[in-house]
Ligand binder design. Structure first.
Ligand SMILES: CCCCCCCCCCCCCCCCCCCCCC(=O)SCCNC(=O)CCNC(=O)[C@H](O)C(C)(C)COP(=O)(O)OP(=O)(O)OC[C@H]1O[C@@H](n2cnc3c(N)ncnc32)[C@H](O)[C@@H]1OP(=O)(O)O
Ligand SMILES: Cc1cc2nc3c(=O)[nH]c(=O)nc-3n(C[C@H](O)[C@H](O)[C@H](O)COP(=O)(O)OP(=O)(O)OC[C@H]3O[C@@H](n4cnc5c(N)ncnc54)[C@H](O)[C@@H]3O)c2cc1C
Length: 667
């Protein structure tokens, strides 16, 4: 019988039975005790601030309220960050995730893309002119790239910016319906400026897509300016807090100085000066792709906290007649669905950590004028963005299903997490398209390999001998697991290249050969990302310094990640008899052993993520496990229960019971 106060006894037992100190693992995840302390401090600042608690819960808000409440919260966050002098992106991120969890900011694009684009693509003069205005919110902007007709193929954008040397202005136009900007976040009602991606025309020539600063609303009245038609695109699958917008431009004139000119330039007479690399203008997308990896990991981690704690508390079905009902976490099928996701959330966290460091290092090089690593940064960020958002979105949905009926309620907190994470598969580059960008890079690397040229370190596995068989023994060593992933990826890369070559030999053009091989290319790219993430996880647990008990537990989790990935994708690993049937049996058996090994530590693993209840906002994922009382309280708080008898009873049910349906015929 569950108690209704204190910590639920099952959950308390779980915490007593774990083999390691949770605090030690938190220290490892967040890079040291000082950082854990800082993160807790920032979470506390937000969760203890009465301002954030004065609003009704998100799930009970209308769309208009979601927008308005979220706007208030984020303007307050902005003010507090300044007051508290929180300048580091990571600090702001922790404060914000606790202040408005999974409620996407109506000024988010201003922070995540508008300001960084000015910083990275603007000249010194432009930065001086715009950044103080943007920092003080006099200028609120967004990143307006996607159009109704084109999101993926950005070279096909139709918005035009034509230079007029007589007035030294650009004239911006949306010449067709499909050319209107459509989807940019915060564009509909919030922003007064935007960075518009448009085809540049000067001296009669098209010079490709470039960024232009366009004021769209009056700074005093907030009314749209002449030549501007702008609005909200309406309700979506989620993102109700965001006014994703549309924008039509008709002969809007802006000064020459409003083109972002750090790299490309248009001189006063209209002469065009090329950038050192045409793709340098894609930099803001790379930044957000890099950030999405941690964002996706965080979503899955929170979903695991909720579903694993709940699985420890929830009891269902007597295992033997008349016996005690089992904790659902003890069902092997439940473990098989949840524990690999727990392992995935750790894998993605470490991938996100790597991505953050790699992004900072590479962009510093780019800023210093060395563009050599741009292709690698593009391939790694596109691949990890796609791989993490796919895995984590699907994982959150599985976590929800693992909570049974209660998972379907907003009380679980899981739907909110899902609708926040899943657009990450689409925005900032649709995932299949991103994987094909990775494949393009892999094919280039394959060409280099064929020519005997040197490969970047993370691609060196491609030179592996594909005739070699797996070294896997009963021990299931980590290095044999990594080798398996690298073998599969190397073979799939070779197979995709061979498919293209065959098509070319049969008379197809290189483009047709590419199009005829994109499924195989995507397989190769996914296998590459899977190998990359697995190796990173293995290296993290093997090479990092940490408490020995934590290391031992984390090694099991890492092994589970790798073994599960193989068992679930067996075809790709046995197609060339890399594993024989005996080895497959070893892996399947190991998988079951690992589930049992991780079982006593499952709750400790999720506790280590250290998310306060206020961040999880879940009746099922509460630290104290008092889920039933919380569900009851949640139900009682539903606005539907404010009146015992709703007006609709008198208006519709009662007349229907009396056989009076006239009101329907009046419609
Ligand atoms: C650091 C971490 C910090 C963490 C700390 C905490 C921070 C807190 C943060 C908080 C969390 C935030 C998360 C949630 C918020 C999100 C809000 C929602 C935002 C949503 C906003 C949007 O949604 S905004 C629109 C995005 N819209 C796209 O994303 C279009 C996709 N479409 C393309 O991106 C191009 O269309 C596509 C396909 C490349 C083809 O481009 P294309 O046609 O021009 O090029 P081709 O394919 O012909 O390729 C020709 C050669 O260019 C090379 N190349 C291409 N791109 C390159 C590149 N970027 N860099 C280098 N090289 C590149 C390629 O590799 C080829 O190289 P090569 O020739 O050598 O093979
Ligand atoms: C919540 C949200 C917020 C957004 N915020 C912004 C924003 O702030 N600013 C902004 O500019 N944009 C924004 N976007 C737009 C977003 O960036 C685009 O929707 C995204 O880049 C995908 O482009 P698309 O919609 O044109 O998809 P499409 O390209 O039309 O995709 C449809 C299908 O076609 C396939 N496909 C397309 N091209 C290829 C190809 N070459 N090869 C193989 N398959 C292909 C895709 O894989 C997909 O399955 C946002 C979108 C969402 C959902």
């Amino acid at each position: 019988m569950a108690t209704t106060t204190g910590v639920n006894s099952d959950l308390a037992k779980e915490r007593n039975n774990s083999t390691f100190d949770v605090e030690e693992l938190s220290n490892f995840i967040y890079r040291g005790p000082e950082k854990v302390k800082r993160r807790r401090y920032l979470h506390n600042l937000a969760t203890k601030d009465p301002f954030f608690r004065k609003f009704k819960p998100w799930a009970f808000q209308t769309r208009e309220e979601q927008y308005e409440i979220c706007l208030q919260k984020h303007l307050y966050i902005n003010k507090k960050c300044k007051e508290l002098n929180l300048t580091e992106p990571v600090d702001k991120f922790f404060y914000t995730e606790a202040a408005a969890p999974h409620e996407n900011s109506p000024i988010g694009l201003h922070t995540v893309m508008f300001i960084p684009t000015i910083e990275k693509q603007g000249t010194e003069e432009q930065k001086k002119r715009w950044l103080p205005l943007a920092e003080s919110l006099k200028m609120i902007g967004t990143y307006a790239q996607t159009e109704m007709g084109h999101g993926t193929f950005i070279r096909g954008l139709e918005t035009t910016a034509t230079y007029d040397p007589r007035t030294r202005e650009f004239i911006l136009n949306s010449p067709t319906i499909t050319s209107m900007k459509y989807w940019p976040g915060n564009l509909g009602k919030t922003t007064n400026h935007c960075l518009v991606m448009a085809q540049l025309y000067t001296q009669g020539k098209n010079c490709g897509i470039h960024m232009f600063m366009v004021q769209i609303r009056d700074l005093e009245t907030h009314m749209p300016l002449a030549g501007i038609e702008v609005g909200d695109i309406g309700p979506k699958f989620g993102y109700g807090t965001n006014d994703n917008g549309f924008l039509r431009l008709s002969n809007v004139r802006i000064p020459r100085e409003n083109m972002l000119m750090r790299y490309s330039k248009v001189l006063e007479d209209g002469t065009y000066v090329k950038p050192p690399n045409a793709k340098i203008a894609y930099g803001s997308m790379v930044l957000v792709r890099a950030a999405i990896v941690t964002d996706a990991a965080r979503a899955l981690a929170q979903a695991c906290v909720i579903s694993i704690r709940y699985s420890a508390v929830r009891r269902q079905t007597e295992v033997s007649p008349g016996g005690e009902e089992a904790q659902i976490i003890d069902y092997q099928t439940q473990q098989y669905r949840l524990f690999p996701l727990l392992a995935t959330s750790y894998a993605m966290y470490f991938a996100g950590r790597f991505m953050y460091d790699f992004y900072l290092k590479t962009t510093a090089e780019i800023e210093g004028g060395n563009l050599d690593s741009m292709p690698q940064l593009h391939a790694i960020s596109a691949g990890l963005k796609a791989f993490s958002s796919w895995m984590c979105s699907a994982g959150v949905e599985t976590c929800r299903l693992c909570c049974g009926g209660h998972g379907y309620s907003h009380a679980s907190g899981l739907p909110k997490i899902y609708i926040d994470v899943v657009p990450g598969c689409t925005y900032e580059g649709e995932n299949n398209v991103m994987m094909l960008q990775v494949a393009r890079f892999l094919m280039k690397m394959y060409g280099k390999l064929q020519n005997g040229e040197a490969l970047p370190t993370f691609m060196q596995y491609m030179s592996t001998d594909l005739n070699k068989k797996s070294c896997m023994t009963e021990e299931v060593a980590l290095n044999c697991l990594v080798m398996a992933y690298e073998h599969r990826a190397a073979r799939m890369i070779r197979d995709a290249a061979a498919s293209m070559e065959k098509l070319v030999q049969s008379g197809k053009s290189p483009v047709e050969a590419w199009n005829g091989s994109t499924v195989m290319l995507t397989w190769a790219a996914i296998a590459h990302c899977h190998a990359f993430v697995t190796k990173l996880f293995v290296e993290t647990v093997v090479k990092s310094r940490m408490d020995s008990k934590v290391q031992s537990a984390l090694t099991s989790l890492c092994k589970l990640y790798a073994v599960h990935g193989i068992v679930e994708n067996l075809g790709g690993f046995i197609q060339d008899q890399f594993f024989d049937s005996k080895q497959v049996k070893i892996l399947q058996k190991k998988l079951m052993q690992l589930l049992a090994e991780i079982r006593p530590n499952a709750v400790a693993f999720v506790d280590a993520f250290d998310y306060p209840d206020e961040v999880l906002q879940s009746c099922l994922g509460r630290y104290d496990g008092q889920v039933y009382q919380a569900l009851y309280d949640y139900a009682k708080s539903s606005p539907m229960n404010e009146k015992e008898v709703l007006d609709s009873y008198y208006k519709y049910i009662k007349p229907a019971q009396n056989g009076k349906y006239q009101q329907y015929s009046k419609l």
